[in-house]
Design a protein around this ligand. Structure first.
Ligand code: CDP
Ligand code: CDP
Length: 225
């Protein structure tokens, strides 16, 4: 039986999951996997190929052409789509506006979950996403479900995007987060839902350092020696 430790972090859009997951992985020397980046990279591929996202059969047909790899470096997300680094492009609005529709397609989820489970089979890992504690790693030792006030989340994401996207508006960001949360929580295939044994972490009024300490306290009992 494997004795690796899995920390599953789920929650709504832009509520600090990846900030926490990266900091935790760095502190504990665990591997960090950003599962959202995988759905985003698949979406980028489909958009570039002009695939009709409303046609699940057309999407499924091209999935074998998508090869994803993470390139581990300094706990940031470096994702390769068919050997091309796309870490920045997957954060842009065209991908953000379409990713939740793609993530609702059964064949896409099936393939991503399979790859994610393989990554956490024998290594200590921190993975963030929407279905990590419910579907990908239902037996994870530590499950956190993150939430924060929607306005605070939109302001934080806006601040992050604005320097490279001067035309973007706070309203646009707020609408995108709300729309993705709606699609993610209402889809048929592994919707975003808190696993019964997940600990809620509302970080509306927490700094990144405070949320890290909260999570470290939960993982600590599982660390050996
Ligand atoms: O913008 P944010 O960092 O909150 O999102 P993300 O983690 O990059 O994920 C982008 C989208 O991928 C989400 O809105 C979901 O539609 C989808 N996703 C998912 O369905 N399951 C996951 N485990 C991770 C992401
Ligand atoms: O991964 P997710 O979409 O859930 O969120 P994120 O990318 O980790 O965080 C979104 C933004 O909120 C980033 O700019 C973080 O620096 C910021 N943040 C914050 O200001 N305070 C926190 N306690 C957590 C995140």
């Amino acid at each position: 039986m494997s004795s690796n430790i899995v920390v599953a972090i789920d929650g709504y859009s832009s509520c600090g999951k990846s900030t926490l997951a990266k900091a935790l992985a760095k502190q504990l020397h665990f591997i960090y996997v950003d599962s959202g980046a995988m759905y985003r990279a698949v979406t980028l591929y489909l958009l570039r190929k002009n695939i009709d996202l409303k046609d699940p059969a057309a999407v499924e047909a091209v999935l074998p052409e998508v090869h994803l790899n993470f390139h581990a470096r300094d706990y940031q997300t470096h994702i390769l789509l068919n050997d091309e680094e796309v870490s920045d492009e997957i954060r842009l609005m065209p991908v953000s506006e379409n990713v939740s529709a793609v993530a609702a397609i059964r064949s896409v989820r099936h393939e991503m979950v399979k790859q994610q489970q393989r990554m956490g089979r024998s290594k200590n890992i921190v993975m963030d996403g929407r279905d990590i504690g419910t579907t990908v790693f239902p037996n994870a030792q530590v499950k956190l479900f993150m939430t924060a006030d929607p306005k605070v989340r939109a302001e934080r994401r806006f601040k992050e995007l604005q320097p490279n996207n001067p035309d973007i508006t706070l309203e646009e960001v707020f609408e995108n987060l709300a729309h993705r949360d709606y699609l993610d929580t209402t889809r048929a295939e592994s919707p975003l839902i808190r696993a019964e044994d997940a600990i809620i972490l509302d970080n509306t009024n927490l700094t990144p350092e405070q949320q890290l300490q909260f999570a470290l306290d939960k993982v600590e009992p599982f660390l050996k020696g």
